[in-house]
Structure formats: C-alpha cells, structure tokens
Ligand binder design. Sequence first.
Ligand SMILES: Cc1ncc(COP(=O)(O)O)c(C=O)c1O
Length: 451
Amino acid sequence: MKYYNSIVELIGNTPLVKLNKLTKGMKATVFAKLESRNPGGSVKDRIGLSMIENAEKEGKLKPGGTIIEATSGNTGIGLALVATMKGYKSVFVMTEKASAEKGNFLRALGAEVVIQPMTAKPDEPEHYVNTAIRLSQEIENSYFPYQYENINNPMAHYQSTGPEIWNDTDGKVTHFVAGLGTGGTISGTAKYLKEKNEKVKIIGADPYGSIFKVFKETGASPEPIPYLIEGIGQDIIPKNVWLQYIDEIVNVTDKDSVNMCKRLTMEEGIFCGGSTGTIAQVALDVAGKLDESGIVVFIVCDTGERYLSKYHSDQWLRDKRLLTPESTTVGQVFLTRKSGTPGLVFVDGDAKVFEAMELMDEYNLSTMPVLEGNECIGSLRESSILEKVMDDRTVSGKTVRAVMDEKLPILDFNSHVKEAIDILHKDNAVLVSQHGRIKGILTRYDVLDIA
Ligand SMILES: Cc1ncc(COP(=O)(O)O)c(C=O)c1O
C-alpha cells in the first residue's frame, strides 16, 4: 500500500518548474519553486509544522492548548493544519487587508479569526501583532509562536527549502529570489545556500511602500506607505530578517506585481498570488541580465485561489485602478462598469420617437442604439433628435426608423480596450458584442478610469 500517515507528511519537497514563455529571448534558466503545492497551499506550511513541533519538544505547547498567532493568513493556515491534526485549538489575528478567502479557509479548518484595522501602527494596542500578544496573555494554556522572532521559522527553511533547491539544481543555482514578510523564507534559505556556495546571489523582492530596501541600503526606517500586495513588506524590521545573507533588495510597484501574477497564471499556468508576482518580476529582471550559466530560482508563495476576490478579480482590479489600457479587453471593462448602469437600453425601428425620448430621459442617455433582432440599424443621439423635434413637432409621433442617425460601431468582447478608447474620442458610444450577439454599450464615462 502506498499512502501517507497524515497530511503533514506532504509538507515540503515542492517541485521546481522551468519558465518557458516569460523567459523568451533570455539566456538564463528560471525555475519557479511551487510552494503552492504544500497541503495548505503556501510556503508557510513548513513553519507551521516546525514551530509547533519545536514548541511541543520545549514544553511550551501542552495538550489541549490554544495556538495564537499574528498572520497575514498563510502562517495561520499552516499552523491550523497541524493544530487540527494534533488536536490543538487556534486563534489567528489578521488585518482587514487579508483576503476573505484566507479568513474563510482558517474558519473551515476550525480556527477562530480576529480581524484588526489596517490603520493601527506597530506601537498601538490595536495593531494585529499587539492584539495577538494580548490574547496570548489572556487565554490560558496558550502558545504564541510569534513567527517574526521564532528561530524555527528561518530554520525550517534552512533545513528544508534550502537543501531542496540545492539538490534539485545539482548545486548549480546562481540566484535565489524571495519576498520578505517575517523574513523567514529568505533568511533560512539564504543561510543554507550561502554556506554551500557563497557566490549564490540572494535577492529580496519588496513592494514600493515597504521599508526593507531603504533600510538595507541606508539603515534608516522610512515612513511606510500603503501598498496592495498581501503577505510581504513591513513597517518594521523583524528579527527573522537576516540582512547579512541578502545581497540586494528590489522594489516593485503594485501594478507590476499584479501584471506579473496574471502573466504567470495565463502564460505559464502557474496560478499564484500578488506576492509571487512581485518576486517573479524581480527574478525575471535579474535573469534578463545573465548568460547561459545563470540559474535563477524564485518562490511561488501560495495559490491564486486564495486571491480570487482580489488580484484575479477584474472588479477589484478596476476598483483599485489596476486595470491597465495595455492589457484590458472591452469585455472586462463592460463587465466591471459602475453598478447600476444598465447593460443595454435600446429601441426597435418601429418604436415612436416620443417613446424613445422617454427611455433616453429615464436612463439619462445621450445615445441609444436602434436594434432589429441582433443587428444595429441606427442610433438616436440626444442633440440631433432634439433639434429635429424642435424644428418639427410632428417628428415625435413618427417611427424611430424614419428619423434615426447612423449605426453605432461594434467591438467584440475580446477586442483591446484601446480600440474602444480610440472610437470614443470621436463617437459617444460603442456597442459590445460577444460571439456575434450584442451584449451592451460602452460610453466615454465607462472608460474614463481606464485611459
Ligand atoms: C503570500 C505571502 N508571501 C510571502 C510571504 C513572506 O514570507 P516570509 O514571512 O517567510 O518572509 C508571506 C508571509 O506571510 C505570505 O503570506
């Protein structure tokens, strides 16, 4: 019989997958290390296991105990998986920034979730870490792993992630790229790889707004600025960030992180989250400058399913102004236009002009298509129809067909939004069709926040 004794035996030994499309034209090889293949779906399963098992050995975690941790979600999931297996209760403190999927996953594993405001500063009691500390003092028989300072966090990576990368590349890895949240992943892996070969370059990927890059380069802690990527970046320097092993830290914008997250998903089939986009962006920039001997390994922190309501939601991207004209389709813009806007208001050619004008008034439309079946045969434009009615009052009783203006242009759902923007420079509206069926209309107003 081939089987595993429990789900925790599946933690680690994650595969390296070569990138093929995103590396086109490059001489170096780039491998994604799929931490998303861990049973809890993230790189944090490794530390969930090591922090719990070491706490048991040290007598800090006792039967019937409660595990309490401050987490952006993934560490909570890693801890909860192991806690469930071993019969511990768990409480996780997160900020409002954590995706809904992570909170729901934790609750599904039987954990309690406490959400704290994003605005609380590190020295305020409402800060999520301070809240976890308070709960660990108040709840009896509890254990607070404190991933930011727990040595078993980086050591889990020293003992597993580092050796896996070294062995799977036959010791040929030249560059390792990871993000920094607690610092555990990059620090432990870097220590191992540098001990094997001090020439291996270790590069940290950091969102603009986080303080790691500036701190590494100047020793100063700048005022943090909010950014949208979850799980990496900090407003303090945690103890588990071992800067002595990190050669360089590179900043990436939210927009570049999200675009790369989507490209990894669509072009390489590696379904990932925003922090993986940040890391991959840096890995590919680094790889682009290397020759054939370059072997770059980067971390795929977790799975895209965890962010279906964020980086993989067009509506969220639009709300955060992250839909770029370069990579957005007409269909995406149509489906995410302001709620309450009707998809399509139209008349047929036999309707009376006064009826059409009532519709235009009701929906506050400046342009309305005239449709016959699935075909646009003309349009009504507010300025032109008003002029016609004022010139001749009997026009309002005539059919729309008799007085309508020219047809509206039509674009397919999959057309580039730039085409719509070009049309809307000259015309008021463009019809949107999907597989030959007219689905709706876009006006200038609908593309204002995309252009
Ligand atoms: C999505 C995601 N990426 C990256 C990291 C960073 O890993 P580390 O805390 O080991 O620096 C985290 C940490 O919580 C994370 O949740």
